[in-house]
Design a protein around this ligand. Structure first.
Ligand code: BDR
Ligand code: CA
Length: 324
């Protein structure tokens, strides 16, 4: 079993990644930590509580995380993509007791530290929002670098397949929202794999695929369909894609099926000022030229290609309950 802490800003594709984990037979979800991003921290935390109450085991708690980046102003929410409620404007119930029963008393970064220490070398930290909670955890307890099993992030764009960014010509949203935090996460001496736009934008779920999930996936399948309606309309309007990018589920897929991805190894730095702020730049380890800003940093893995059919089959089989 893969023990997972899921750090997330739900978010439509975040919610699809969460139900993917709750349905996967080899994933043991330890907890969910919220972060600002697709909506305010109040909204993403409420959504995380709603999702675990509806889909996860009763033991799964939510720890509320950062409401703003380390050093910058909080980016504006993006209701045209994720809806005013962060979940595609589907009707959400009022949570009994405001969801307090599921909320852990600790802030997200402390929850992350405590759980990594409780399960040394076992926790897979999957982060699919801005990297602020991870940076705060690193700052408070640097020893977690040696104690976590691995960190998988959805973030960045590395120029593969012509993919450069989604919030600027050189930056992806999760990195751009807190570039200083992301740079710290890449530099740390833990094992990071970046699942960036290069692969997430290849793995498109089209309308017919989503409809099959709705037909065969029971309550979860219906949820995936409902939550993705407004998000799909955004993709049609903005890029003519008749389907959706399922960014955050790709980070989960990497955990359970890394063989679906081709990796490039090398230090990654994040541009933190100037025109290209938020850009992720890897120095591949095959590159001999000296580059001290990279050479003194940790080598990490970046996904540069994906078996799209394999990914789509994995997600489908998991949601409909036929995954191996
Ligand atoms: C990332 O940004 C968010 O809007 C999505 O949830 C995903 O994590 C894609 O750039
Ligand atoms: Ca996200």
């Amino acid at each position: 079993m893969h023990k997972v802490i899921f750090d997330t800003d739900p978010g439509v594709d975040d919610s699809m990644a969460l139900v993917f984990q709750t349905r996967h037979p080899e994933i043991e979800l330890i907890g969910v930590t919220s972060v600002f991003g697709n909506a305010t921290i109040e909204t993403t935390t409420r959504n995380a509580v709603y999702l675990v109450e509806r889909f996860a085991d009763p033991t799964v708690v939510v720890a509320r995380g950062a409401g703003k980046p380390l050093r910058r102003a909080t980016p504006e929410p993006i209701p045209h993509i994720h809806g005013h409620n962060g979940l595609g404007d589907i009707v959400l119930p009022t949570l009994a007791d405001g969801g307090r029963a599921r909320l852990d008393a600790r802030p997200a970064h402390r929850f992350i530290i405590d759980e990594i220490r409780k399960h040394p070398h076992e926790i897979n930290l999957i982060a699919v929002g801005p990297m602020t909670n991870l940076a705060l955890a690193l700052q408070e307890d640097p020893e977690i670098q040696q104690l976590v099993k691995q960190v998988i992030i959805m973030g960045g764009a590395f120029g593969m397949n012509g993919v450069l960014g989604n919030v600027s010509p050189c930056a992806e949203a999760n990195i751009s929202a807190d570039p200083e935090a992301a740079d710290q996460v890449f530099a740390a001496a833990w094992k990071v794999t970046a699942v960036g736009l290069d692969v997430t934008q290849k793995a498109i779920m089209d309308t017919a695929y989503l409809d099959r999930i709705r037909q065969h996936g029971g309550e979860v399948g219906q949820f995936v369909w409902d939550v993705s309606r407004l998000y799909e309309q955004f993709h049609i309007d903005s890029s003519g894609v008749h389907g959706i990018y399922v960014h955050d589920s790709s980070a989960v897929a990497y955990l359970v099926a890394p063989e679906l991805y081709r990796i490039r190894r090398g230090a990654v730095r994040v541009v933190v000022e100037g025109l290209a702020v938020g850009q992720t730049i890897q120095k591949p380890e095959s590159m001999g030229v000296p580059a001290p800003d990279w050479d003194n940093s940790s080598k990490q893995d970046v996904c540069v290609d994906v078996d799209v059919d394999g990914f789509l089959k994995l997600y489908f089989d998991t949601i409909v309950g036929t995954a191996a």
